[in-house]
Design a protein around this ligand. Structure first.
Ligand SMILES: Nc1nc2c(ncn2[C@@H]2O[C@H](COP(=O)(O)OP(=O)(O)OP(=O)(O)O)[C@@H](O)[C@H]2O)c(=O)[nH]1
Ligand SMILES: [Mg+2]
Length: 352
């Protein structure tokens, strides 16, 4: 998962580690020379040093240097000049992995600050670099606890409205969530508020039958706000824990369809609006998210199809720019293929 991002970040860590090692070797060498000067000065004047002897001496130098490191726990600081090429390379890599420009700049700036103020302990630099990258990326990402939000709401139902573009996985994600919630002992209801796309009602009903979930539905062409309203009333009277509202896919630029979504929002007043997007949407992902965010509002994000060949950058862009949490990652077509988004785990995965 997220192989490109992983490769690029790993490459950056390796290069930086190499730089610290190289600088440490140089400084060790210098130190050893100082010692040699003190010890050998009187001898050097008389003895002609042969090539072989020089070679041997070098070997001793390094050995002695390593010992010095162990003794003094040498610390290395890197300069702006020493890291600028690596940061520039990483900046291009992040852009290539679909991280937007603003987020990329922020990541690079924070990394630079942390690296330049760090004194790397030789021998521990890899772990230290990992920790820096980890803390910067974790600072960019936002996670959220869906199940906790549900628990926190005293009055049932907890209403979730799903929105997003066509075919990104809203209906499938609703079914996966119902599966998860039922496993957690929650009661679930569906609102079949996609009255537009052919077979959408049957698709949701099929999931409902498999999962044992009640669905509120009208006919095709019915007002989706009316379906959602009925579903809310029904869930209230049955004291259902969670109501999941499926909606038709739409472009964020389609005024009429956005108005329709706003009407559903006004009528049902959901507790949470979840934006569903394919993880590999690329550079346009942020624009799409923004379109829904500015027109209808959104509280959280679910990225689907993370199991496919995903660059992974959009996850950083969306959550950082909108400051909204990613709740789950869709990782396949089966009901179990829904991972709770845990930024610690996500970042660890990028670094290993
Ligand atoms: N590999 C993979 N496929 C997924 C995932 N989530 C959804 N899909 C597939 O994506 C396709 C579209 O999913 P839907 O749930 O119908 O998408 P939708 O957003 O409801 O589509 P519309 O209602 O037409 O807007 C289906 O074939 C799903 O099986 C996922 O996490 N991984
Ligand atoms: Mg659908």
């Amino acid at each position: 998962m997220f192989d490109l991002l992983k490769k690029k970040i790993r490459g950056f860590v390796d290069k930086l580690k190499g730089k610290v090692e190289e600088k440490a070797e140089r400084e060790i060498e210098k130190k050893r020379e100082e010692i040699v000067v003190v010890e050998e000065k009187p001898v050097r004047k008389k003895v002609k040093v042969t090539k072989e002897k020089k070679k041997k001496e070098k070997k001793i130098k390094i050995g002695l240097g390593k010992k010095l490191v162990a003794i003094f726990k040498k610390k290395i600081k890197l300069s702006e000049k020493e890291i600028e090429d690596y940061l520039w390379e990483l900046e291009l890599s992040l852009l290539e992995a679909d991280v937007d420009e603003k987020t990329t700049k922020e990541i690079i700036k924070k990394l630079e600050e942390k690296i330049l103020t760090k004194e790397f302990v030789v021998g521990e630099e890899e772990r230290e670099i990992f920790n820096i990258v980890k803390s910067v990326l974790k600072g960019i990402l936002v996670e959220g606890d869906f199940l906790k939000k549900i628990e926190e709401k005293k009055q049932k139902p907890f209403v979730v409205l799903f929105l997003g573009n066509n075919g990104y996985g809203k209906t499938t994600t609703i079914a996966k969530l119902a599966y998860l919630l039922k496993k957690k002992g929650k009661t679930v209801m569906f609102s079949s508020s996609d009255t537009f796309r052919a077979a959408a009602i049957e698709q949701l009903q099929e999931h409902a039958d498999k999962l044992g979930v009640k669905t509120i539905k009208h006919d095709y062409g019915a007002d989706p706000a009316a379906v959602s309203f009925d579903a809310r009333k029904s869930a209230e009277s049955r004291k259902t824990d969670v109501l999941l509202i499926d909606t038709a896919g739409r472009q964020e630029t389609n005024r009429n369809l956005i108005e329709e979504l706003k009407k559903i929002d006004r009528v049902v007043k959901p507790d949470m609006k979840v934006f569903v997007i394919e993880a590999f949407t690329g550079k346009s992902a942020l624009e799409k998210a923004r379109g829904f965010y500015e027109n209808v509002g959104l509280d959280a994000v679910i990225l689907t199809k993370a199991d496919l060949d995903v660059k992974g950058g959009s996850i950083l862009s969306i959550t950082h720019n909108l400051k909204k949490p990613v709740l789950f990652l869709g990782t396949g077509q089966k009901y179990e293929d829904l991972e709770i988004f845990d930024k610690e785990r996500f970042v660890d995965n990028l670094l290993t």
